[in-house]
Design a protein around this ligand. Structure first.
Ligand code: GLY
Length: 285
């Protein structure tokens, strides 16, 4: 949809009589804020007017969302562990969408579903088709999938890594990952046993208007975790907040429960005025 008038027409034609939620997406990068699941046609039109530009309007797809990252070199595809992002700001998947408040990997799949099956359905055909028409893709495909039982729907393809999925994927990789990037074409990436969980510490006001410039303490008191600085900067001898998502705390464990317990222990050692984080990352594995 290129104009608000088009959007109004499509919403009126396809959704006015239906009570199914309507998904309105901006067709550009919006730092996780370009999508709204709208309960009514009026809400959908209002959101379309707010974001403007080219829009995608879709029926709402229900299920469990998972992120499948695949290293692709022509027709050769090597999947990374399946990850799950937690996009809403608040516990229980409430509140506004964000760039991601935490992640886990691997995700336990429903009976009858495998990563290989998802690859065959959702990623390999794309890689094979691109290669066979002489336009091979080399890089990462990150497929956002919705699983309704054993039935996957592709929500989006990205030619980039997801965030905060990457923060749980990297610590699980047992190979030298850089060599996979420099010398692609491997059909598999070796990963560690167990799981990883990441908790995002965000600033007060995120995602609408995050506060910045707050001193962060405890960054040097977090053993057994990886700290990914997302929105920080140095100010003299201090590290201060400098964005909405400030620090991502990732830990590994034998399973998701152990990994999330360690990540939360780490997250609780870091503080800054107005810090907020979800308490239920990895609660639904
Ligand atoms: N975590 C979702 C994304 O990176 O788009």
């Amino acid at each position: 949809m290129e104009s608000l008038r088009d959007a109004e027409r499509v919403i009126a034609t396809h959704f006015a009589q239906s009570d199914a939620p309507i998904v309105v997406k901006a067709d550009r990068l919006m730092a996780g804020k370009g999508v709204q699941v709208c309960g009514t046609a009026d809400e959908a039109v209002a959101f379309a007017a707010t974001v403007g530009g080219t829009l995608v309007i879709e029926r709402c797809v229900r299920g469990v969302e998972v992120s499948l990252h695949v290293l692709v070199d022509g027709a050769v595809c090597a999947p990374l562990p399946l990850a799950r992002d937690h996009k809403r700001l608040l516990d229980g998947d409430r509140g506004p969408n964000t760039g991601g408040m935490g992640a886990i990997a691997p995700v336990r799949l429903p009976e009858g579903v495998s990563v290989d099956g998802l690859m065959d359905r959702c990623v390999r055909p794309i890689a094979v088709a691109l290669a066979s028409r002489g336009t091979p893709f080399r890089g990462v495909i990150f497929a956002g999938l919705m699983l309704d039982g054993a039935n996957p729907t592709v929500l989006e393809y990205n030619a980039r890594f997801g965030d905060p999925e990457t923060e749980v994927l990297m610590p699980l990789i047992a190979d030298d990952f850089v060599s996979h990037l420099l010398e692609p074409g491997h059909a598999a990436v070796r990963v560690h046993r167990g799981a990883a969980a990441a908790v995002v510490l965000a600033a007060r006001g995120y995602p609408a208007a995050p506060e910045t410039g707050r001193p962060i303490v405890g960054l040097d008191r977090v053993p057994d975790c990886h700290l990914f600085h997302a929105g920080t900067r140095r100010e003299g001898s201090q590290v201060v907040t400098n964005g909405g998502r400030v620090v991502v705390v990732t830990a590994r464990g034998d399973d998701v429960a152990e990994a999330r317990a360690r990540a939360y222990q780490g997250a609780l050692r870091i503080s800054f005025d107005g810090a907020q984080f979800r308490r239920d990352i990895g609660g639904v594995a």
